[in-house]
Write a protein that binds this ligand. Structure first.
Ligand SMILES: Nc1ncnc2c1ncn2[C@@H]1O[C@H](COP(=O)(O)OP(=O)(O)OP(=O)(O)O)[C@@H](O)[C@H]1O
Length: 119
């Protein structure tokens, strides 16, 4: 049991280090963090409902998680094959496409929540 708790504590430590590295080094994650902060402030300002908070927070975590995975895929690709290769380009494009889909959906969800409150 003690071994299990120790290994979980270490795993959480590594995960925190990864989240810190993402925030410190990735400009896209920094921009997304600012947008997330702005939407949280908007949520307070417009007094959105509990369900809207849940959807908003899930959307923020979805976009930022996929961005983190996209960064990891890019780093693996660069490590495995630093030179130009058509297949590396396809892998990176697909990974970026996943971020794009989640970002588009986040914009749509933001419009559904806030447009009726603004207009
Ligand atoms: N080694 C490579 N071989 C072929 N195409 C590549 C390679 N590296 C990058 N590309 C192409 O360039 C695009 C951008 O790749 P890059 O690694 O610069 O991603 P990025 O989205 O600009 O990353 P970031 O801004 O997070 O550094 C890829 O989607 C891919 O189309």
């Amino acid at each position: 049991m003690r071994y299990f708790l120790n290994s979980r504590r270490k795993a959480v430590g590594y995960a925190c280090k990864g989240a810190y590295l993402l925030l410190k080094t990735e400009s896209s994650v920094q921009i997304q963090s600012l947008i997330a902060l702005a939407t949280v402030l908007a949520g307070w300002y417009f007094e959105i409902s509990a369900l809207e908070w849940i959807v908003q927070l899930l959307t923020i975590s979805l976009v930022m998680s996929i961005e983190g995975l996209n960064t990891a895929v890019e780093k693996i690709a660069d490590f495995m094959h630093p030179d130009y290769h058509h297949k590396i380009g396809v892998i990176k494009d697909i990974s970026a496409g996943a971020v794009f889909i989640s970002a588009i959906m986040a914009i749509v969800i933001g419009c559904i929540i806030y447009l009726p409150k603004i207009f």
